[in-house]
Design a binder for this molecule. Structure first.
Ligand SMILES: C[S@@+](CC[C@H](N)C(=O)[O-])C[C@H]1O[C@@H](n2cnc3c(N)ncnc32)[C@H](O)[C@@H]1O
Length: 203
């Protein structure tokens, strides 16, 4: 989907995604001392808003202007002024390089699904934006969902198993700390969704 299609999707409804952060973002980030975070393809900002509430200073980005406007509107309503100042929401394509230097302690990819060549560009740009020692957290619908799980895009070429994430960062300045499948319960679904969870440490 291009930015215009995502704009249409967001414009068609009040809220596409939940207001709660992703379960794996919460699990991985809650114990970490807050710093500067970049939320790539932030959607309506559920993870970015939660990170700000945990003390992070966050740049939330998406290539959908409607999504970015929504992040700002929700932030204006939800965050007290001292926290609101810690969230910047900007329109940006994830496959382009980030302005340098922009050292983030955390770079988050939460369900950004792109054709393989675009994904490689996006993850490389995200790694480039991370400070040495910073984390790049990837949460994605696993390809295994098509046969063993539930939900997510039904196009195998944009889904990411753990091995796909590992292969996509080969040769880049990161250490793979974990790359695994996690089961996520989905209300009303006959079986859990399968998520890929990868934590990459910038060297
Ligand atoms: C499934 S939503 C995930 C939103 C959010 N990260 C979350 O977990 O709730 C995918 C988002 O990726 C954005 N997106 C897709 N391709 C993009 C690109 N090339 N650059 C920036 N954002 C993109 C879409 O606009 C959409 O908001």
């Amino acid at each position: 989907m291009d930015a215009a299609a995502w704009d249409d999707r967001y414009a068609a409804t009040d809220l596409v995604w939940s207001t709660e952060p992703n379960v794996w973002v919460r699990e991985i980030c809650a114990p970490v001392a807050p710093g500067r975070a970049l939320d790539v393809a932030a959607g309506e900002g559920r993870n970015a808003l939660w990170l700000v509430e945990q003390g992070w200073t966050v740049t939330a980005t998406d290539f959908s202007p409607v999504a970015v406007t929504r992040i700002r509107e929700i932030a204006d309503r939800r965050l007290p002024p001292d926290l609101r100042r810690r969230l910047d929401a900007v329109v940006r394509d994830a496959t382009t390089a980030w302005p340098s230097p922009s050292p983030y302690d955390l770079v988050l990819f939460s369900y950004l699904h792109l054709p393989p060549a675009e994904w490689v560009r996006a993850v490389a740009a995200g790694i480039d934006a991370a400070a040495a020692g910073g984390a790049v957290l990837v949460v994605a619908h696993a390809r295994r969902n098509l046969t063993e799980g539930v939900g997510g895009p039904q196009d195998a070429t944009v889904l990411l198993d753990p091995e796909d994430v590992v292969a996509s960062v080969a040769g880049l300045p990161v250490v793979v700390e974990r790359a695994e499948i996690r089961e996520r319960e989905v209300v009303g679904a006959p079986r859990p969704a399968l998520d890929t969870l990868a934590v990459l440490r910038r060297t």
